[in-house]
Design a binder for this molecule. Structure first.
Ligand SMILES: Cc1cc2nc3c(=O)[nH]c(=O)nc-3n(C[C@H](O)[C@H](O)[C@H](O)COP(=O)(O)O)c2cc1C
Length: 163
């Protein structure tokens, strides 16, 4: 196959996803977060989830060493948070409403649509990314509120009238 990375990205962009921020903290360092749309469920029993991290990311060394992370599912009005935490080299959570997870000790975004507090189960090298598998220690979600969506490289919301 002749590989055109841009077209490959465009093709992947046809698959609409939610948007999540992965938060964590290394001992003695400030908390950080990175925007991802690679979050997916893996297993119900045991409860496992995954997301993948670009090996070029400034956050790679952090995620290679921490024991846990929290997946924060963003709401439709969280575009600013998503864009901010997708900026290269700027993953500070300063100024955002945070809480500390009771189960993994990681920072979490107070107002997320859902939280998954994870311990790191395994890391897998996969091409130019590493796949982070998390074991869910605790989760919470809101019954109401709509998710932020990502489609063809842009943010979207659910159609009007969707519950
Ligand atoms: C909607 C959206 C989804 C993203 N999904 C991922 C992802 O799944 N994995 C990843 O490594 N980067 C993803 N990124 C890119 C990172 O957020 C961003 O490139 C990275 O934070 C760049 O800075 P860094 O080199 O400091 O990490 C995504 C960006 C956006 C806007």
């Amino acid at each position: 196959m002749t590989h055109d990375p841009r077209k490959f990205r465009n093709a992947l962009g046809c698959f609409t996803t939610g948007v999540a921020v992965i938060t964590t903290q290394m001992e003695g360092r400030p908390p950080i977060g990175i925007t991802v749309n690679s979050f997916a469920s893996v297993s119900l029993d045991p409860p496992l989830v995954l997301w993948s991290l670009d090996k070029k990311s400034d956050t790679l060394s952090t995620f290679k060493s921490v024991n846990g992370f929290t997946v924060n599912v963003l709401r439709e009005d969280h575009r600013d948070i998503s864009s901010r935490l997708a900026r290269q080299g700027d993953h500070s959570l300063e100024g955002l409403a945070l809480r500390v997870g009771a189960f993994n000790g990681c920072p979490a975004l107070e107002d997320a649509l859902a939280h998954f507090e994870c311990s790191v189960e395994t890391r897998h090298e996969a091409g130019d990314h590493i796949i982070m598998i998390g074991r869910v220690l605790h989760f919470e979600y809101s019954e109401d509120g709509k998710p932020l969506l990502y489609h063809r490289g842009g943010y979207q919301g659910l159609a009007e009238g969707t519950p």
